[in-house]
Structures are given as C-alpha cells and as structure tokens.
Design a protein around this ligand. Structure first.
Ligand SMILES: Nc1ncnc2c1ncn2[C@@H]1O[C@H](COP(=O)(O)OP(=O)(O)OP(=O)(O)O)[C@@H](O)[C@H]1O
Ligand SMILES: [Mg+2]
Length: 282
C-alpha cells in the first residue's frame, strides 16, 4: 500500500482537485484506491458526493484508531457505483479541527499512520487531501505518507508557500527522526500565455530544479465540471477532460516510480512505521 499526501500551506491552489484527479488515474489503472479527507473543510467528501449517513469519520479515527472505528469511517464513493473496482473514502468531518493542535504531543502525530496500518492489505494506493495549514492534521498526513506532493499555483504567495512547506517537512523529519519525502512540486492552473505564470515557473525551476515536476496542469473548466457532477475526470467526455486525465496519469507514474525506488532501497512505509512504533515503546 503506497500513501501520498497532497499538500500545500497555501489555500485554494488545487490540493483537493489534484487528489481527485490522481484517484481518478488510479481507478483507471485498476488500483484499489482510498481517499482520506483529513481537511476539516471536507471538500473531498463533498466532491465525491459521499453521504456519510451514520458512518463514523476521520475525527473518530483520530480519536481512536481501532479496527472497528476505521472500518466504519470508510465508505464507497459515488464513483464506484456500477463498477467492480472501488474508490473508497475515509470520510471527512468539520470535527477534525479538534485534532489540529498547533503544538501536538508527539504521539498524537501518528494516529493516521496507526489507522492506515490496520488496512495495509485492503488498498494499493492511499491519497490524503490535506488542509492548507501546518498543524497536527497535516503532520499526521505527512508522517503516514511515503511521499508528499506539494501543489502550487504560479503566483508569488503560492511560490513562497512552497519554501515554507519544504522547511516544515525538514523540521518534522528531524523532530520525529524519520524521513518525510517530497515527491515534488506540481504547478496547477497554469496559463501558457501569462507572462506572470511563465515568470513564476522559471522562479520555481531555479529554486527547486530537482523537485519541480515536469507537468503543468492547465486551468480547465472540464475539471470543475467533472467535480460538479461527482465524476472521475477520466470518464469526462471531452477533449479537454482527456488531456487533463493524461496529465494526472503522468503524475501518478511519477509517484509509482518513486515508491518503487523507495521499496528497492528498503526505506518504505512499513519500515518507517516500524521505526515509529519502536519509538513509542522506548
Ligand atoms: N486546474 C484547474 N482548472 C480549473 N479549476 C481548478 C483547477 N484547479 C482547481 N480548480 C478550482 O479551484 C477551486 C479551488 O481548488 P481546490 O478546492 O482543489 O483547492 P484546495 O487547494 O484544495 O483548496 P483548500 O486550500 O481550500 O483546500 C475549486 O473550485 C476547483 O474546482
Ligand atoms: Mg482542499
């Protein structure tokens, strides 16, 4: 089971959109996929037209990551209807905010990792949609992940937030004594004819030559339309939808190649989880 956080410390840059696009790519590829909505805004849960009903949510999981609670907090998304394959959702909740302490106890940072350890065999890919802030929720997501994808828009404030995200990842890695890996920086809402956008992208190339992902997601109505109808972009019947889908496929390729590389080096998620558990019992 490979786990990816989709993150940025700036709001509204497209984290939820990218998480949904990558889940759509994973579904098209036949991967058993779980989306985790750890953002108290619950946009991912809304975007998947999930009716939580009486189900438990991420807030219950963070309080008590037991097998029963985790099972009851996961539901099938509307994408899954009439398909053999599933995209499931660990349902979001505004109450997740109760677990977003700015200075959490170290053991409260590993709750999501503990929960995902219980369902390791049930999914191939887990994608976590993070809130645009750096408190306990984002740190739970990062520590539960094999890789963190930083999403940015080509604008001044979003680019400066990329630097803050890298710094925060290094600090968390050091504090917890485990690797927190960046898959890279993904530019969203790119407009080719915009001089400002070209300038910000060249700035990112200079600042993060190795981390900048060579895919620019353009601004496209097809993405919003697919979201509005709670459908995966891979099933959206337009040329623009197909092009967007192909770009999410490329980003998923990069993630799958990266985790295969990690597995070869023996520093994967399971190993890291073993480290965290060992720490807790010290
Ligand atoms: N490439 C794109 N083309 C068109 N619309 C987009 C694109 N990316 C994002 N959007 C739209 O921009 C808005 C913000 O995107 P989204 O909700 O994914 O951002 P976010 O980073 O998750 O925001 P938040 O920080 O509030 O969680 C949404 O309405 C979404 O549909
Ligand atoms: Mg969001």
């Amino acid at each position: 089971m490979d786990v990816l956080s989709v993150s940025s410390l700036k709001g509204g840059v497209g984290k939820t959109t990218v998480a949904l696009g990558l889940a759509s790519a994973a579904l098209a590829r036949g991967r058993r996929t779980l989306l985790v909505d750890i953002d108290p805004q619950t946009d991912l849960t809304t975007g998947l037209a999930v009716d939580p009903g009486s189900a438990l949510t991420i807030a219950d999981v963070l309080r008590n990551p037991s097998p029963d609670v985790v099972r009851q907090a996961i539901v099938s998304s509307a994408w899954t209807k009439d398909r053999a394959l599933s995209v499931d959702v660990l349902v979001g909740s505004p109450r997740a905010i109760e677990f977003d302490a700015p200075a959490p106890r170290p053991r409260d940072l590993w709750k999501l990792d503990e929960a995902l350890a219980l369902i390791e065999d049930a999914y191939d890919i887990v994608i976590i949609d993070c809130p645009p802030s750096l408190n306990a929720l984002t740190r739970n997501a990062w520590l539960a992940s094999d890789e963190v994808l930083i999403v940015t828009e080509p604008s001044l404030f979003a680019v400066s937030a990329v630097g803050r995200a890298f710094k925060a990842m290094d600090e968390l890695s050091e504090a917890q004594d485990v690797p927190v890996r960046a898959l890279g920086v993904l530019v969203n809402r790119f407009r080719k004819q915009s001089i400002e956008h070209e300038f910000r992208v060249s700035e990112l190339e200079q600042l993060y030559p190795r981390q900048l992902i060579d895919v620019r997601l353009p601004e496209r109505a097809s993405l919003q339309q697919a979201q509005g109808s709670a459908r995966p972009v891979h099933s959206w019947p337009s040329e623009s939808g197909k092009k967007m889908a192909a770009q999410f496929d490329q980003v998923l390729d990069i993630f799958e190649d990266a985790v295969r590389g990690i597995a070869h080096q023996g520093h994967g998620h399971a190993e890291r989880r073993a480290v965290s558990k060992a720490d807790q019992h010290r």
